[in-house]
Write a protein that binds this ligand. Structure first.
Ligand SMILES: [Zn+2]
Length: 359
């Protein structure tokens, strides 16, 4: 149970108000122990490389990468194959929005050549951490070149704000300040869009080639396979979601803005963008109405989280609940079974299609 998300225990706003040192005290609450530099599982390997040499140890690797998120971890492993040692910064089921690095992790980051972060405001602890890093480790933002969307455009509650743009303009400074504490200016969940994630994977590839030019041949070959996976993924999403354009999906938190923009779907979040807040009675009633009206068959809960809220709604409308992956967490068990970015994204697609009564 230790791996349960720690929302509620550590409000993100409060963490940000604390100094890093103070925040570190809280880090243990929901974090799932130390990360291990893991070897590839056989299925990851099939995405990554055909080599059977997977026993290379961390010290012998040509490149050491600290991956700040699970998609970055998956892409770096797939592209790097045996040549790189990739460490997952937030291993296990702790989610990205409620997490702070421990002092041991700072040491591990410092032992890497590359520290690849997702950016777009996801790592709200990054400035503090950077201050503790040596020049040896290169911190690179993997959102570069991704067309980011402002958080408020992906949030239902903020729709009214667009009507008051003049008034907002005079409070710009204050607004930005507020947003930094609430969440970043941008919606950070771009990796759930296959197109934006493909850009992220490209950034990972380029970072690896730049840091280890001798490995270019390996990285090129593996990156080609990753690109082919993205082509398949994109095609599947396009084909399967086309008939359902305009429909709503009831999601656990507002993480699906980029994905749904791309395929003309609408997200109705039980919780907000930072997986915070809970629907009140009025919101719940609206969700139930919408679900009935649109014939929604599945209410989603956060994979690795609990399904209480989703279950209450599902019972009311005779729907069922199912997990959906925000890719903010991947369990060790799932990874050992060979799951990765692409398999989770396909599970999500099938589940979304099923939620409309399709197959
Ligand atoms: Zn999120």
């Amino acid at each position: 149970m230790q791996q349960k998300r720690n929302k509620g225990l550590v409000p993100a706003g409060r963490i940000l108000a604390l100094s890093l040192g103070m925040a570190l005290l809280f880090a243990g609450c929901g974090q799932k122990g130390k990360p291990a530099t893991s070897q590839m599982t056989s299925q990851e390997e099939s995405v990554a490389t055909s080599s059977t040499e997977t026993k290379e140890n961390t010290k012998e690797a040509s490149l050491h990468i600290m991956a700040a998120t699970d998609p970055i971890y998956d892409f770096a492993k797939a592209i790097g194959g045996d040549r790189v040692a990739v460490t997952d910064l937030i291993e296990g089921e702790a989610d990205e929005h409620h997490w702070e690095p421990s002092p041991q992790l700072l040491t591990q980051i410092n032992d890497s050549e590359l520290f690849l972060v997702s950016g777009a405001g996801l790592e709200n602890w990054l400035d503090d951490v950077k201050a503790s890093l040596t020049d040896k480790v290169k911190v690179l933002d993997m959102s570069e070149g991704v067309k980011l969307v402002k958080a408020e455009e992906h949030e239902e509650e903020h729709e009214h704000e667009h009507e008051h743009e003049d008034a907002d303009a005079s409070h710009d400074e204050h607004e930005e300040h507020e947003h930094h504490h609430h969440h970043g200016i941008y919606d950070p969940h771009y990796w759930l869009s296959p197109k934006a994630a493909a850009k992220q994977a490209e950034n990972v590839y380029k970072a690896m080639v730049a840091a280890d030019p001798a490995g270019k041949e390996t990285y090129d070959a593996n990156y080609k396979k990753v690109q082919a996976e993205f082509d398949r993924l994109n095609k599947a999403y396009e084909e399967k979601l086309k008939p359902f354009a305009g429909r709503s999906v009831i999601v656990p938190h507002e993480a699906f803005g980029y994905l749904f923009d791309e395929y003309q779907l609408k997200q109705v979040g039980l919780e907000g963008m930072l997986a915070e807040g809970q629907p009140d009675a009025k919101k719940l009633a609206q969700i139930v109405d919408l679900a009935k009206k649109e014939g929604i068959k599945t209410i989603f809960y956060e994979a690795y989280g609990d399904d209480k809220e989703a279950d209450a709604i599902a019972k009311e409308i005779g729907a069922k609940t199912a997990p959906i992956y925000t890719l903010e967490a991947e369990s060790k068990e799932d990874r050992e079974k060979g799951e990765n970015y692409f398999t989770f994204m396909m599970k999500n697609l099938d589940a979304i299609v099923a939620s409309f009564g399709g197959k």
